[in-house]
Design a protein around this ligand. Structure first.
Ligand SMILES: Cc1ncc(COP(=O)(O)O)c(C=O)c1O
Length: 458
């Protein structure tokens, strides 16, 4: 028997309730099919309240914009709207969905690179534009209807701090003065504030980016502009595991052993050399802690929260994954088991692109629904249904709690953030799994089909 390296996924009590409720699982699959993505709006409500509580405790004027790109779900968008959040949209389609969900234009912010047609819509509606480039500012200025002013944030990048990862987005700090001049001269633009979004959860990086952004706020004031917002974007982490130790142990074994034993040949899962310490799936700390550490970090010996209050700046955050952390899971059926390439395989009725973004991995063990008996000694690789060697749902050898057989269902926990939609395609004629919103009422789950409006009828 070779050593087992299980990586159990943390699960929310609502997901646990669902997975323990055979009748609810059968009902969901019978009505909507399998594979199936489930979303849990109630979990999103909890995540929202937790982040808001941190901001309120620190007395910072704030606004939360749900980064809709994280999941196309209409139910989660409705949940965000009902909770009074704003929304961050990245395309005309997302803008339409946000308006349909009931967000007013003053509750909508547009981020990311924008097409001329999207810019026209933003300007016509008076949605806040988080400008990615000077080109966008010029376009927005030209598109502003006469007598109106489009609210803009300057998305900044090119920070001097080595803690801040380089980014392809935003206006380089070297061009910040030119951007401020453009806004100052354009009658159709209103500088609402400055923004950044970092591809790291490191609070020190965010504090450095804030410090450098505050210099742009000061420069804006010197030009007679009156910015009132600092938007620090998203990037608050998800809590994938209860305990980081199994992940560390796995990464150590991967580094020491022939990775072919623990990972599919030719794949090292990005862990063999880098280790697991900072890996997203190794994280057991909640997003609230990232926010808390940011607000209590010091700029010139004063906590960030105090600095923001004194400068009369409103803090905007744009969380995506932190709001939908644990607010979804994915079910897939086992087609059959086989041995290939000297390894044990479980072939699933699911394609890799429908459960993970292309540049990432499914690393944690799924749960075998209704699994019984002792955990099998051996791990297995999970194969997808496409005629591609690369269509492995898991390139990591996963360790299940029971022996899977044909017709069994595997549940992948915590898939609502980017995993359901970001890379999903209909390759091979397999449409992306349907999505369903599951709500726990008393001790019963109720289900409703959850499709974005622009997918209806397609
Ligand atoms: C500008 C911007 N804001 C917010 C987000 C949401 O990030 P996260 O899901 O890490 O919170 C993203 C993600 O790509 C982004 O690009």
């Amino acid at each position: 028997m070779s050593p087992r390296y299980p990586l159990p996924a943390a699960r929310h009590p609502i997901a646990d309730r669902f997975l323990a409720d055979g009748q609810a699982i059968r009902e969901a699959i019978e009505r909507f099919g399998c594979p199936l993505h489930l979303v849990f709006p109630q979990v999103m409500a909890e995540n929202t309240a937790a982040l808001a509580a941190v901001l309120q405790r620190h007395g910072v004027p704030y606004d939360i914009f749900y980064a809709h790109k994280v999941n196309a779900s209409a139910a989660l968008l409705d949940q965000a709207c009902g909770a009074g959040l704003g929304v961050d949209v990245t395309s005309a389609a997302e803008l339409d969905r946000a308006l349909a969900a009931g967000f007013g234009p003053d509750r909508i912010e547009a981020t990311g690179p924008k097409s001329p047609a999207f810019i026209e819509r933003i300007a016509a509606l008076g949605v806040t534009a988080n400008a990615d480039d000077l080109w966008e500012l010029d376009r927005l200025a030209a598109a502003a209807p006469t007598g109106t002013r489009v609210p803009v944030l300057l998305r900044l990048s090119g920070f001097a701090s080595p803690a801040v990862p380089p980014s392809r987005f935003g206006i380089d700090l070297a061009d910040a003065d030119a951007a401020l001049e453009t806004v100052r001269r354009a009658p159709g633009l209103d500088l609402r504030g400055v923004a950044f979004h970092l591809d790291t959860a490191d609070p020190a990086a965010r504090v450095d980016a804030l410090t450098e952004s505050m210099a742009v706020v000061a420069a804006a004031h010197r030009k007679g502009l009156r910015p009132s917002v600092v938007d620090i974007g998203g990037g608050f982490r998800q809590r994938f595991v209860e305990d980081p130790e199994p992940f560390q142990r796995y990464a150590r074994a991967l580094a020491a052993a022939d990775p072919g034993e623990l990972a599919w040949p030719g794949h090292e899962l990005g862990l063999r050399h880098s280790g697991a310490a900072a890996h997203k799936y190794a994280n057991h700390r909640p997003a609230t802690e990232v926010l808390e550490r940011f607000l209590t970090a010091e700029i010139e010996r004063r906590p960030v929260a105090e600095v923001l209050r004194e400068c009369m700046l409103t803090l905007w955050i744009e969380p995506g994954k932190a709001l939908v952390d644990h607010a979804g899971l994915t079910l897939a059926e086992v087609l059959y088991r086989k041995r290939a390439a000297g390894r044990e395989l479980v072939v699933l009725d699911l394609s890799r692109n429908q459960i993970t973004p292309a540049d990432q991995e499914v690393l944690l063990d799924p749960v075998l629904v209704d699994g019984r008996g002792d955990p099998p000694d051996e791990g297995v690789f999970l194969a997808g249904r496409l005629c591609l060697e690369s269509d492995l749902v898991s390139r990591r050898k996963v360790f299940l709690d029971a022996e899977p057989a044909s017709g069994d269902v595997l549940a992948f926990a915590n898939t609502a953030a980017y995993q359901m939609d970001l890379s999903a395609s209909s390759a091979g004629g397999h449409p992306p799994p349907p999505k369903v919103a599951a709500v726990l009422n008393g001790d019963r789950f109720t289900f409703s089909a959850d499709v974005p409006d622009d997918h209806q009828g397609s």
